[in-house]
Design a protein around this ligand. Structure first.
Ligand code: BTN
Length: 272
């Protein structure tokens, strides 16, 4: 597969390589859109099938977690959302972000061994953010109707072009491997990996993915502080529980399970 960097995504090629798959069998492509998550949510509401993908060259209102903006310049990166219809209760849905994160990390890991996961849903390369995941749910009477899994991957963006305050926090696949990477190839590997991990999750639950997730975690045995909106936790990460909650050993020796939150690694990723 060949693609000139900073050319439009070769969408027909992506459709061709995904044609027989469940995830990506239908792909809607937009040159420019507000947010692929918003468009996918609309389609899901209208009854679009699981596995339908919305992909855009650029987003005018790309959204990140916690109300943040996801800056989405054209031609360099991937911005895509996929419709999922998992047989779950609403309380079980947050773990899907971990499933998507694992698949994304494994797909990027086929280019570089420096990939890691930062709970709950950041994919890092060499300790810097290379991809982010935003899952949004629609539900009825305690059952999930759909989850939109939005994935933004920094593929060919250059760290040097980022605002100063982001340069030591973000990176791209291109910066990691030293040459431009084909976006069709990234999207294809990502969707295949996601289909495989999602099927495993639906059949066996998150417990089956906990081991692979923990193996890629950048937080294991790190000292962290976690803000979940209501509480602030501090302690050492002891891994994940079978339901995807983060296990934390507090300084008082207590074990706590954190459901969601924003994690700060004390002292960064350098080991003492
Ligand atoms: C985060 O790390 O804060 C999550 C970022 C998620 C960004 C992706 S890009 C495709 C999809 N559409 C959006 O508006 N957001 C997600």
């Amino acid at each position: 597969m060949t693609q000139t960097p900073h050319a439009p995504l070769a969408i027909e090629e992506l459709r061709r390589v995904c044609a027989t798959a469940h995830f990506g069998g239908t792909i809607l492509y937009f040159d420019r859109i507000d947010s692929t998550n918003t468009a996918a949510a609309r389609l899901a509401h209208e009854g679009a099938a699981e596995g339908t993908v919305v992909i855009a060259e650029t987003q005018t209102h790309g959204r990140g977690r916690l109300g943040r903006t996801w800056v989405s310049p054209p031609f360099a990166n991937l911005y895509l959302s996929i419709i999922l219809r998992p047989p779950l209760r609403t309380a079980e849905a947050p773990v899907l972000a971990l499933v998507v994160g694992l698949a994304t990390a494994e797909a990027l890991g086929t280019w570089t061994p420096l990939v890691g996961l930062k709970w709950p849903n950041d994919v890092l390369i060499n300790g810097r953010k290379a991809a982010g995941i935003l899952t949004e749910m629609d539900s009825a009477q305690d059952r999930v109707r759909s989850v939109i899994a939005g994935i933004g991957v920094n593929v060919n963006g250059r760290t040097a072009a980022l605002p100063l305050e982001l340069r030591d926090k973000a990176t791209s696949l291109r910066d990691a491997v030293g040459h431009p990477v084909d976006r069709v190839d990234v999207a294809h590997r990502l969707l295949s990996r996601l289909e495989a991990r999602y099927d495993e999750f639906v059949r066996q639950g998150f417990a089956a993915l906990r081991g692979p997730w923990d193996a890629l975690s950048c937080l294991h045995e790190r000292r962290v502080e976690i803000e979940d909106g209501a509480r602030r936790y501090a302690g050492t990460v002891a891994g994940l529980a079978d339901d995807g909650r983060l296990r934390l050993r507090t300084d008082a020796g207590e074990e706590v399970f954190v459901v969601a939150g924003d994690v700060t690694v004390v002292g960064g990723y350098q080991r003492p």
